[in-house]
Write a protein that binds this ligand. Structure first.
Ligand code: DX5
Ligand code: ZN
Length: 230
């Protein structure tokens, strides 16, 4: 399973958003993780469709939109139209998860479900074979720069095992408190799409991105070498 890096633009300098994102792209990131917050599902308000639309013109990254929005069904079409490639909504925010997944797919986009730290992995069971990605929040959603919740590691492992047992090869994304220092813990637990906000956008964006990408490449090389030995 390929490891994908998804820097979260929430921690970027919004006055030069396009240029900041371009640095991550040049350094090898594949996704831009885009946090849409509505001030209801989470206390903060971040940005919405007009911003996504303008950065879409500037970037070739895969747009991974994380909707922290109450009743996300109201905005799926607009988010798709603004340039999202992957649309992830929170299971806790809606009673219409199945319909939302169908709608996202009808619009030709990939669908993700996200769960908060206190939501059980097993709550997504009815949707396991319909989604393209599971996003496990490793902090309470709403704010960048928080500390990774340690109990998330077991949850990631549990999720990967549940999908494997069901014979489903799925992307598991983790979001919140991921740094170069702890990223191997989540990778080893079974996550393969890695979000990092402050660890990328605080300081030297290019170098920070490279440090993650180089680690992923090293691990991939090691994996291949081991396979060849067997
Ligand atoms: C938090 C957002 C995250 C945030 C992560 O609710 O969903 O994507 O930007 O930021 P860090 O990596 O700094 O925890
Ligand atoms: Zn996010």
């Amino acid at each position: 399973m390929k490891t994908i890096f998804a820097p979260s633009i929430l921690s970027a300098d919004f006055s030069k958003l396009g240029a900041c994102m371009a640095l991550t792209e040049r350094a090898g990131a594949q996704y831009a993780h885009i946090d849409v917050m509505d001030g209801m599902f989470v206390p903060n308000i971040s940005f919405g469709m007009p911003v996504i639309k303008s950065i879409r013109k500037e970037s070739n990254l895969v747009f991974d939109v994380h909707m922290m929005v109450e009743r996300p069904e109201r905005y799926i079409d607009a988010i798709a139209e603004s340039g999202a490639d992957i649309i992830t909504f929170h299971l806790e925010a809606t009673e219409h998860a199945a319909e939302i997944i169908d709608r996202i797919h009808d619009l030709g986009k990939k669908a993700g479900i996200s769960i908060k730290p206190n939501t059980s992995v097993y709550d997504i069971e009815p949707y396991m074979s319909d989604i393209d990605m599971l996003l496990i929040m490793t902090v309470e959603p709403g704010l960048g720069g928080q500390k990774y919740i340690e109990s998330s590691t077991a949850k990631i492992r549990e999720a990967r095992r549940a999908f494997e047992e069901a014979g489903i090869d799925i992307d598991i994304e983790v979001d919140g408190g991921i740094k170069r220092e702890n990223v191997e813990v989540v990778l080893n637990a079974g996550a393969n799409v890695i979000v990092a906000g402050s660890a990328v956008y605080d300081g030297n964006i290019y170098d920070n991105t490279r440090s993650f990408i180089e680690l992923f490449e090293e691990r991939e090389k090691l994996r291949k070498d081991t396979m060849n030995l067997l």
